[in-house]
Write a protein that binds this ligand. Structure first.
Ligand code: FES
Length: 209
């Protein structure tokens, strides 16, 4: 008489199959989240990627304490500062010396390199990535930015494009330059960038009386 033998069928059960699908989905989602986090944290833009000299008519400078004017090709903002005039854009903080003159501010946030923008209704620069805020002259109002914004070397030129005056190097990078009356052109050297300093956040300093 023939005997019947039974053997276990190789393979996986339906329950095991569902476990595998579930496990694979978790791994996939984790990888995607990690990729997004890395992308978010990486600098968008590396310093020194560009450089060049921009010579512009003096009327490209904004009026004193008016909103800054961007230059996309040069990746800078032009700000015309006077903290001695009462105003919202260039208010003077307690303990600050008067700040007067024109600066060319690097368009890249000092935190992780995002391109920030001017927020007109709030009268300040604001970075969309992690919320740093800066005053019209580039000084930090709110972190996580570790430093004030960088500034480029700046020149005032006469009608023959001869240098009349140039921005001096100071604790906060290149100091604002008061334009001589004979100025016809300005020149910004985007190959010459000076980093801003780490000052007390302006949100922790009351305005000067
Ligand atoms: S890059 Fe983080 S606040 Fe600007």
């Amino acid at each position: 008489m023939a005997t019947v033998t039974t053997t276990d069928t190789p393979g996986i059960s339906r329950r095991e199959f569902l476990y595998y699908i579930w496990g694979s989905s978790i791994v996939l989602i984790t990888l995607q989240a990690t990729g997004l986090l890395v992308w978010f944290l990486l600098p968008r833009f590396r310093e020194g990627e560009f450089g060049g000299t921009f010579t512009l008519p003096v009327d490209t400078v904004p009026p004193t304490n008016a909103p800054p004017i961007p230059n996309s090709a040069g990746r800078f903002w032009l700000s015309n500062l006077n903290s001695q005039e009462p105003n919202n854009l260039m208010y003077r903080a307690e303990g600050e010396e008067p700040i007067v003159g024109v600066v060319a501010i690097y368009k890249v946030c000092t935190h992780l390199g995002c391109i920030y923008d001017w927020n007109g209704p709030n009268d300040r620069f604001e970075c969309p990535c992690h919320g740093s805020k800066y005053r019209l002259d580039g000084r930090r109002i709110q972190d996580p930015a570790p430093r004030n914004l960088g500034r480029f070397k700046f020149y005032a030129l006469n009608e023959n494009e001869e240098v009349l005056a140039e921005s001096a190097s100071g604790p906060d990078g290149y100091e604002p330059l008061i334009l001589p009356p004979e100025t016809v052109y300005i020149r910004i050297d985007t190959g010459d960038l000076a980093n801003g300093q780490t000052q007390v956040l302006l949100e922790n300093v009351p305005p000067a009386n």
